[in-house]
Write a protein that binds this ligand. Structure first.
Ligand code: FES
Length: 139
């Protein structure tokens, strides 16, 4: 009786600590970027404001992405944030590559590093299309 009650109380408290959002990590979030047909085949910069739950606080974050979509409606979604120190990269149509204005980092159209200080490729988002809506997963 009493032991069972204490076990239940302890289990409940454990749940509080395990689920307490102050203990870090942000939950995976699905973001709807609208109709997949609203994007072109080129590398247009897309800005999307996110509201995130960080612990007990809500905060906003601006996502900057490139969203080329081919003629069949297959998207690719790259972060526009340079992997060196976080500047926003731009698409250079003439040279067919992404350029970072801060320290001249260069990336190919598939996001891989071509030159300069960036230590890694532009991050690619996990994307899918449902009912012609473009969804990405943020973790
Ligand atoms: Fe992009 Fe340094 S921040 S190259």
């Amino acid at each position: 009786g009493t032991a069972g009650a204490w076990t239940a109380v302890f289990a409940g408290l454990s749940g509080v600590f395990v689920l307490n959002p102050l203990r870090g990590g942000r939950a995976a979030q699905t973001i709807n970027l609208g109709s997949v047909w609203s994007y072109g085949e080129g590398f247009q910069l897309v800005k999307h404001e996110l509201t995130l739950q960080d612990g007990w606080q809500k905060k906003t974050e601006l996502l900057k992405l490139f969203v080329p979509v081919d003629a069949e409606g297959n998207p690719e979604v790259f972060s526009a944030t340079c992997t060196h120190l976080g500047c926003s990269v731009n698409w250079d149509e003439e040279d067919g590559e992404f350029l970072c204005p801060c320290h001249r980092g260069r990336y190919a159209a598939d996001g891989t590093v071509l030159g300069g200080p960036p230590p890694a490729s532009l991050p690619r988002m996990s994307e899918r299309v449902e009912n012609e809506e473009l969804l990405i997963e943020l973790s």
